[in-house]
Design a protein around this ligand. Sequence first.
Ligand code: HEM
Length: 536
Amino acid sequence: KNALPQQENDKTRKLESFVADASGESMTTNHGLKINDDQNSLKAGERGASLLEDFILREKITHFDHERIPERVVHARGSAAHGVFKVYEDMSELTRAAFLCDPGAETPVFVRFSTVAGSRGSTDLARDVRGFAVKFYTQEGNFDLVGNNMPVFFIQDALKFPDLIHAVKPEPDNEMPQAASAHDTFWDFISQLPESSHMIMWAMSDRALPRSYRMMEGFGVHTFRLVNAKGESNFVKFHWKPLLGVHAVAWDEAQNISGKDPDFHRRDLWDAIEAGAFPEWELGVQIVPEADEFKFDFDLLDPTKLIPEELVPVQRIGKMTLNRNTDNFFAETEQVAFHVGHVVPGIDFTNDPLLQGRLFSYTDTQLIRLGGPNFHEIPINRPVVPVHNNQRDGYMRQTINRGKTSYGPNGIANNDPQQVKAADGGFTSYNERIDAKKIRARSRSFFDHFSQARLFFNSQSEAEKNHIVDALSFELGKVKTVAIRERMLAVLVQIDNKLAAEVAFALGLHIPKIALEDLNNSIPADADRADYASLN
Ligand code: HEM
């Protein structure tokens, strides 16, 4: 094999110091005692009884009993691979993120693709959104771009996420259906949530049935910020463009494949990399200067909206190549912990209320999923740069900190870690001005739920439009409650008359007349705003 670039070498070396190679070695207990027999339990005589004294049996079975960790609460089913990222040109005009400023640097990455709703053992080809999570192991710490294969999302506020996921996951009384959205609870929720209209168009389109992980786009979804060394900020949307193009399978094919090979996408990714057909994506950015924040007829902070590429073209700024499969699924794909809050200097957040909620959720869930506060020490999660701070102890702590350096300022030890100024590479949050009164309500600038749903539908070819009609007819055809089907038709008619009429025809129903304001469930938020107004 070709020599690995320096930074990937660093990452590989880090992982390799944890690799166990048992070939030709003696079998031992976990405490190093050589074992003469791990197949027969210790018994009183040939025919038993088994003895409690058998520490070899107890250790082996205890470890086995605890082999499983909880699956991710969402995105449980995933497949991952290693690779490298290289920026084409120095981007320092826009950002001080070092890995985006040095075209000579190759940054190691680990990428996990996933479905959202199904459990760990579910089929790859369910109609679903796909996760597209990239961890860049940069020289300034880990940057995670935790995106999806669709550029928008179902909801505008993270506080709704538990409701969305409860509705889309298998129903609570009977745990059915697995890994599919075709059920009453999902459509009951969606039909009362017009803000999901745009995402529903994507989810019912061919985008929800990718031919291969190698042929999917990826999106950071939220508007983020890039900040340069002078402290100037531009808004940014992140994109991944697959060099193999975007391809899908048809719904009949998806159902066939799911029956014959539920590992279809996992196998495809693995086999391609083993064969040396390394999948590649270009990283794209849409840049909006701070001064243009209010230039659009939608709000940049609204995660149910995209920035049309006709308005702001996507600049391709670098390339990612996946070139190495995992050694161990559990150690890498299962134990990796992505977090939208893992940023490096030069990349920052906006006030998108979905993003703000995600900033809390990921570490919180990983504390349980990965067994306590030290999951950053798991090999796949370790940065390639050293970690020094005053955090200490906890379950499964690996680092052994020497001396009396567990606090700062520290006048006794002379080796406590020092804070780093921005000029020397320390992270500083973008100095955004916020001057406002507290309010628990949705921004009025988030109220247009249908224009971009319509824009997406109209952007589709006739065949693709038919696929959307077929998908909705199939999905709603599985819904038992007629009122839910009807309410969904009332939503669809807001998007496109012909779309609604064709789905209504397939379902044998009429489109009910439901007033837009009755569909729009923003009323509770408005009530809160009214409360606020009456108090002030
Ligand atoms: C996991 C993307 C919204 C909570 C994931 C993963 C991806 C992802 C790709 C899988 C990471 C992996 O492969 O390990 C997104 C996108 C969102 C979104 C693009 C919207 C734009 C949310 C929201 C919340 C949330 C609003 C909660 C408020 C979680 C949790 C996990 C997860 C708890 C499991 C993480 C783990 O167990 O390690 N998300 N997500 N996500 N997401 Fe999100």
